[in-house]
Write a protein that binds this ligand. Structure first.
Ligand SMILES: Nc1ncnc2c1ncn2[C@@H]1O[C@H](COP(=O)(O)OP(=O)(O)OP(=O)(O)O)[C@@H](O)[C@H]1O
Ligand SMILES: [Mg+2]
Length: 223
């Protein structure tokens, strides 16, 4: 699945001006081609999370379109958008967003049920083995290191078999070694055909992507 944006802009507060898009009303045109790995960089506050969340169907743009293949996700009902998101996307955040009172297996099962309404044991095991976390199936997140938690979050994303993974600073809370492990996993997923859009501050992490986009003054520099 390709994701295409057309003239996307976002203004949170009129007095602050546009966070995405420029003062002349131009917006961002972007394509995330199927199977590509794109890094999104830019200064703190430049709008990276905003842009990622607009593409992920989480933040509504002020204007413009976001196409999943031919469906404009912001021109359909909330229910329809939720279904498009569940069927095609998964998200990974800096803070993992795992449920601490559920085991690793239960966290992944919940993610699968939310995406597809079912969670088979075999698929859970497969996702955990992809990230090397099978030995920790019955642990709770608070028994794991940060790097291990992020690998579980990636397994949860993988388990829903998405076309695209949105990752907002997935290595932001990790040390160098774990950061490298996580970005290598994302690279492997992209090589296997999943698109990845990853926000990062770190050039060494962005280097794993096929291409780096830089967000500056509300617009994207195609590096
Ligand atoms: N819900 C909101 N309401 C109002 N302003 C917001 C909201 N979310 C973000 N902003 C503003 O939009 C701008 C861009 O924020 P965003 O979080 O997208 O930046 P970022 O590039 O991800 O920054 P960082 O690298 O620090 O994560 C900031 O000035 C921020 O204060
Ligand atoms: Mg951010």
């Amino acid at each position: 699945m390709d994701i295409v944006t057309k003239a996307v802009s976002k203004t949170y507060r009129e007095q602050d001006g546009p966070v995405i898009g420029d003062d002349d009303g131009r917006g961002i045109d972007l394509t995330v081609p199927a199977g590509s790995f794109l890094a999104l960089m830019g200064l703190s506050g430049s709008g990276k999370s905003t842009l990622l969340n607009i593409l992920a169907g989480i933040v509504r743009p002020t204007s413009g379109r976001v196409l999943y293949d031919s469906s404009d996700i912001w021109d359909v009902s909330d229910g329809h958008r939720s279904r498009l998101r569940a069927a095609s996307t998964a998200t990974v955040f800096q803070e993992y967003n795992l449920f601490d009172y559920l085991t690793v297996r239960e966290n992944i099962a919940l993610g699968m049920r939310l995406a597809h309404g079912r969670a088979e044991r075999g698929a859970i095991r497969q996702a955990l083995s992809t990230v090397g976390m099978e030995p920790h199936t019955d642990n709770r997140p608070d028994e794991l290191s940060g790097g291990q938690r992020q690998r579980v979050a990636i397994a949860r994303a993988v388990a829903s078999d998405p076309h695209v993974i949105f990752a907002d600073e997935p290595t932001g809370a990790l040390d160098e070694t774990n950061g490298r492990i996580v970005v290598r996993l994302l690279r492997e997923l992209a090589d296997a055909g999943t698109s990845v859009l990853m926000v990062t501050h770190e050039p060494e992490i962005a280097a794993a992507a096929d291409k780096t986009l830089v967000l500056r003054d509300g617009m994207v520099d195609h590096g």
